[in-house]
Design a protein around this ligand. Structure first.
Ligand SMILES: CC(C)(COP(=O)(O)OP(=O)(O)OC[C@H]1O[C@@H](n2cnc3c(N)ncnc32)[C@H](O)[C@@H]1OP(=O)(O)O)[C@@H](O)C(=O)NCCC(=O)NCCS
Length: 177
C-alpha cells in the first residue's frame, strides 16, 4: 500500500510500458481485462490520449480516451490497487481533459462497479442513461457524461521537457508565483 498524497506525472504511453499496463489491467479487471491487441489498437488510433501515470519511476495507472464523430470517449482507466485513492485517476483525467478539443467527455461503466461510479461522480460526471446488458446478460451499464468542459479557461496546461502534462488551476499558479 502506498500512503499519503502522491506527486503524479502524466505522460504518453510508449510500447515498452505494455507489460506493466497489462499487469495493471489484469489486477483491475481480471478475466474481463483487454488483450494486448486492444491496447496496441487504441495506441495507434489515439496516441496522444493513451496516458501513463508515473509515481517516481513506477507506473501507477493508465487511461485511454478516443475522439470520434460523437465527441470524446473515455475507453478505459485503471490504477494499480496499491496506488488507489491517492489521486492517480484524477491526475489521468485532468491530463486527458486538458488535451481534448471536444466539449464533453463520455464513458460507459458497469452499474455494479460502485467504486468507479463514485469516482466518476466525484469528478463531475453525471449519469445520463442506463444501458441494459451492455456488458452481457445481467450486466447493465451507466452512460455517463462530464458536464461541458466550459471551465477549461480556469486551468493552465503545462508540459515539462519530456512532454509530461500537468493541469493546474490558474489561480493556484498565481498564488505560488
Ligand atoms: C476507479 C479507479 C480508476 C479510481 O482510481 P483512483 O486513483 O483510486 O481514484 P482517485 O484517487 O484519483 O480518486 C479521485 C476522487 O474519487 C474518489 N474516489 C476514488 N475511489 C473511490 C471509491 N472507491 N469510493 C469513493 N470515492 C472514491 C476519491 O475520494 C477522490 O476524491 P477527491 O479527489 O475529492 O479526494 C480505480 O479504483 C480503479 O482502477 N478501479 C478498477 C478499474 C476500474 O473499475 N476502472 C473503471 C472502469 S469504467
Amino acid at each position: 500500500m502506498v500512503a499519503g498524497a502522491l506527486n503524479i506525472r502524466v505522460a504518453p504511453f510508449e510500447r515498452r510500458y505494455l507489460d506493466r499496463v497489462l499487469a495493471i489491467e489484469r489486477a483491475s479487471f481480471g478475466q474481463d481485462g483487454w488483450p494486448v491487441d486492444a491496447f496496441v489498437d487504441y495506441w495507434r488510433q489515439c496516441p496522444d490520449l493513451f496516458l501513463i501515470a508515473w509515481h517516481g519511476r513506477r507506473i501507477a495507472g493508465y487511461s485511454i480516451a478516443r475522439v470520434n464523430w460523437r465527441g470524446a470517449e473515455l475507453e478505459s482507466i485503471a490504477v494499480d490497487p496499491r496506488y488507489r485513492a491517492r489521486g492517480v485517476a484524477r491526475a489521468l483525467l485532468d491530463a486527458t481533459v486538458a488535451r481534448l478539443d471536444a466539449s464533453t467527455l463520455r464513458l460507459m461503466v458497469e452499474v455494479s462497479n460502485a467504486s468507479a461510479v463514485r469516482f466518476y461522480r466525484q469528478y463531475g460526471f453525471v449519469r445520463t442513461r442506463l444501458v441494459k446488458r451492455y456488458y452481457g446478460a445481467g450486466r447493465d451499464a451507466w452512460r455517463m457524461r462530464l458536464q461541458p468542459l466550459t471551465n477549461r479557461a480556469a486551468y493552465k496546461l503545462s508540459r515539462d521537457r519530456e512532454g509530461a502534462v500537468a493541469l493546474r488551476p490558474k489561480q493556484q499558479r498565481q498564488k505560488q508565483a
